[in-house]
Design a protein around this ligand. Structure first.
Ligand SMILES: Cc1ncc(COP(=O)(O)O)c(C=O)c1O
Length: 386
């Protein structure tokens, strides 16, 4: 493994960094400073969905760069309208607000839900992850994320995921919204069951509460649909997106239903950089790639291939407890901690990340070939079997 002499750093130690220096990335490979090439099964953290250095995304950003990279949201930007139209045409929503990250998108969703309903109670789920701002940290159902930062923003109740009876007990006329991930990512790659997701939507509708679906990790093709809620035929009131939306260029968005329009009138919410033309150029090019004929279907097929490989090759190894996920979002739950496996995989030239403590998480670029998927699974099999 590459060793980096890290005697002094000028960075806050918020991240426990690996001993790999990122030098360059292309397609599904990352090259380290020492020349070692890695097969990338993490794509940022589920970000670089259409591949590192995607030529169409680069060309779109370069073209926009020469025209101007910042105005302000006091101007009309045709490119913002184009991206917003792509998002609304291909989702349950009608109106878009642009921001710069997943946390900002969820923060906006929470604000919008409270303002529209004039209620403050929000149901969230244990092991969820929604971000690191005060609002989204409070929405996150994990004590370790809250630790040391209290008091939290009031109003959140954390329920067991996939437990409809718990939602039924807590949902009432005071409830502004339910916020959930279709597949819990950071919490261990846990898919929501269709009956649960439908039941939550129905209960929310019956009580005048909004359904907020956090698609920050599952969106932009990750599970084989543009948004993962499509698998369950949901119609969320608010969808949040970020990560894959700009293929690595920072951009976030919320897509909301028409009925929410008045709650986000002039002066209610804003962002200096949200919707900036460079981010919009990256987002438009990325969306066009993902929405290109056959791309999502191919992703779904590759997902099925990945899961058949994982179940066949990895699922039977003693020490592997479960294989979970959807599309190209997979989790391998192990009896032992995931971190040592991840380091061993790095030695073998494969990059992936943990989800929670015991799950190896795979989030390859959606452009990864079947041969490369097989190569990665073989490495995982060897490492866990050793
Ligand atoms: C489901 C989900 N929501 C929100 C976030 C926060 O996104 P960001 O780090 O862009 O603020 C993440 C990040 O991992 C996520 O996975």
């Amino acid at each position: 493994m590459e060793m980096i002499q890290e005697t002094k750093t000028s960075l806050f130690p918020t991240y426990k960094r690996w001993e790999i220096a990122f030098e360059k990335a292309e397609g599904c490979h990352i090259t380290a400073g020492n020349g070692k090439v890695y097969l990338d099964f993490m794509a940022g953290i589920g970000v670089v969905n259409v591949g590192h250095g995607n030529p169409n995304v680069i060309a779109a950003v370069e073209k926009q760069l020469s025209k101007g990279w910042h105005g302000s949201n006091l101007f009309h930007f045709e490119i913002q309208e184009k991206v917003a139209s792509l998002l609304t045409k291909h989702s349950a929503g009608d109106l878009v607000f642009f921001c710069n990250s997943g946390a900002e998108a969820n923060e906006a969703a929470i604000k919008l839900a409270r303002k529209h309903t004039q209620r403050t109670k929000i149901l969230s789920f244990k092991q969820s992850f929604h971000g690191r701002t005060y609002g989204t940290m409070a929405a996150t159902g994990q004590d370790k994320i809250h630790e040391g930062f209290g008091p939290m923003l009031d109003g959140f109740t954390y329920l067991p995921y996939n437990d409809l009876a718990a939602v039924e007990r807590e949902m009432d006329k005071e409830t502004a919204a339910v916020i959930l991930e279709i597949v819990q990512g950071e919490g261990g790659v846990v898919p929501g069951e269709d009956a649960f997701l439908h039941g939550v939507q129905k209960l929310a509708q019956e009580h005048g509460a909004l359904l907020i679906v956090d698609e920050v990790q599952t969106g932009i093709g990750r599970t084989g649909k543009l948004f993962a809620y499509e698998h369950a035929n949901l119609s969320p009131d608010i969808v949040t997106a970020a990560k894959g939306l700009g293929n690595g260029f920072p951009v976030g968005a919320i897509i909301g239903k028409e009925k929410l329009k008045d709650a986000f009138g002039p002066g209610s919410h804003g962002s200096t950089f949200g919707g900036n033309p460079l981010a919009m150029a990256a987002a438009e090019a990325t969306l066009l790639e993902v929405l290109n004929d056959g791309f999502l279907q191919e992703t779904e097929e590759k997902g099925e291939y990945l899961f058949s490989l994982l179940k066949e090759e990895v699922g039977r190894i003693p020490g592997v407890k479960a294989i979970r996920g959807r599309g190209l979002m997979a989790g391998i739950e192990c009896e032992k901690e995931a971190a040592p496996y991840i380091l061993k995989l790095q030695e073998k030239g494969v990059l992936c990340i943990p989800a929670g403590t015991h799950v190896i998480r795979l989030l390859p670029p959606l452009t990864m070939t079947k041969d490369q998927l097989l190569q990665g699974v073989e490495a995982i099999k060897n490492v866990i079997s050793e």
